[in-house]
Design a binder for this molecule. Structure first.
Ligand SMILES: *Cc1c(COP(=O)(O)O)cnc(C)c1O
Length: 392
């Protein structure tokens, strides 16, 4: 008999009833150290007092009015994002995949409103942009995501990772846009080198193609800058944001330059819930905290500390781990075994981690995690690796 919850997830036999900071607790009172943070969502940890306050204060006043009216909380968050980024304008969604939908629509509308037939969007192997039909159509090479769901939307070309020749050949003055994660998340924590992001920007400037960054996982302080592309010193024309921006409340956004957004006039797009007062009240508080340079300095300091500890861990377990990779607190351990085995061994140490493609174990802790909790996580990973070595 089919479970009452559609069985599209292989869930661990674990349920949590409360959380605080980097820790989660089961009904029996067992405490787990959370190095997944809801897959890079709980940017400020569980039950962050500032976010609980922002949410409950708004909840006592007004939850939802629809986008038929002005929404001051939405306006305030849009203003903050415009002030702190390349963007001139913002549309709010409830998830990353909805942000992908709009990013794709916006790029095509940009060209059609100029009277040009440019629909082709270039993406890359290992990419993940969400699970809507549009977002899976963007990655036709991912059999797990697309098989059986066709016909897919036409107009996407997925190129091999880091193949500059293929890229040069594929991007022409008929290309509508290039869509890329500055740091691949699901693909296995693969940062795009700064010079390649610069090269992509140049290629887009030469051909007129729009550059879309998917910062759903790597954005909002995760890499130690407010947005990951800031490290490379280039800006996109359109950017997708979600996950961390809501700190655990479902919230996403598409940010764009005035030019890139020029086709999106009244009536061309919408969302009933997008930009609702609850989500935006929380998002504004997340932005206020995470965009503070002192907060980002602390993320970088913690990231440096963690990176050193992980290098030592890899050196201590050469049969289990191959290398450390990533940026800021978006870290990956390339494994010599299936990462799922490590995730399972880590459960035995009351430690939560997340697998990714390319044999990588992901570590995506809350951005405000303490050094003590990071050290504790590494010591539990050490115990998990030792357990695997013994059973091998
Ligand atoms: C998670 C993710 C998405 C999809 O976000 P949802 O909120 O799950 O729809 C899109 N792009 C990237 C890079 C992601 O990590």
């Amino acid at each position: 008999m089919i479970p009452s919850v559609l069985p599209t997830y292989n869930r661990a036999p674990l349920a949590f009833v409360k959380g605080e900071g980097s820790w989660l607790e089961t009904a029996e009172g067992r405490r787990y150290l959370d190095m997944g943070a809801g897959i890079a969502v709980n940017a400020l940890g569980h039950a962050a007092p500032e976010l609980v306050e922002a949410l409950t204060e708004q909840a006592g006043k007004l939850w939802h009015v629809s986008n038929l009216y002005q929404i001051p909380q939405q306006q305030a968050l849009a203003d903050a994002l415009v002030e702190k980024t390349f963007a001139d304008t913002v549309f709010f969604t409830n998830s990353g995949t909805e942000a992908a939908e709009l990013a794709i629509k916006m790029a095509r509308k940009y060209w059609s409103s100029k009277g040009e037939d440019r629909i082709e969007i270039i993406t890359f192997d290992g990419a993940f942009h969400g699970r809507s039909t549009g977002a899976i159509s963007a990655v036709p090479h991912s059999e797990k995501m697309v098989k059986g769901f066709g016909p897919l939307l036409p107009g996407f070309t997925q190129l091999p990772w880091a193949d500059h020749e293929a890229l040069r050949a594929a991007v022409t003055d008929k290309t509508a846009a290039i869509l890329i994660e500055p740091v691949q998340g699901e693909g296995g924590i693969r940062p795009v080198p700064d010079q390649c992001l610069k090269g992509l920007r140049d290629l887009c400037d030469e051909t007129g193609a729009l550059l879309i960054f998917d910062e759903v996982q790597c954005g909002v302080g995760r890499t130690g800058r407010l947005f990951a592309h800031e490290w490379a010193g280039v800006t996109p024309d359109i950017m997708m944001v979600a996950k961390g921006i809501g700190g655990g409340f479902p919230l996403g956004a598409v940010l764009a330059t005035e030019a890139a957004a020029s086709g999106m006039t009244a009536g061309t797009h919408g969302s009933t819930y997008g930009g609702n007062p609850l989500g935006c009240a929380v998002g504004a508080k997340v932005m206020e905290i995470v965009s503070d340079p002192a907060f980002l300095d602390q993320v970088n300091a913690r990231a440096g500390f963690m990176r050193q500890k992980l290098e030592a861990l890899v050196a201590a377990h050469p049969d289990i781990f191959e290398s450390v990779r990533g940026s800021g607190l978006m870290l990956g351990l390339k494994c010599k075994c299936a990462p799922a085995e490590l995730v399972a061994a880590a459960y035995d140490q009351n430690l939560l981690t997340v697998p990714a493609a390319d044999n990588v174990l992901r570590l995506l802790p809350p951005l405000n995690i303490s050094e003590a909790d990071l050290a504790e996580a590494v010591s539990r990973l050490d115990a998990a690796a030792t357990q695997l070595e013994k059973s091998a």
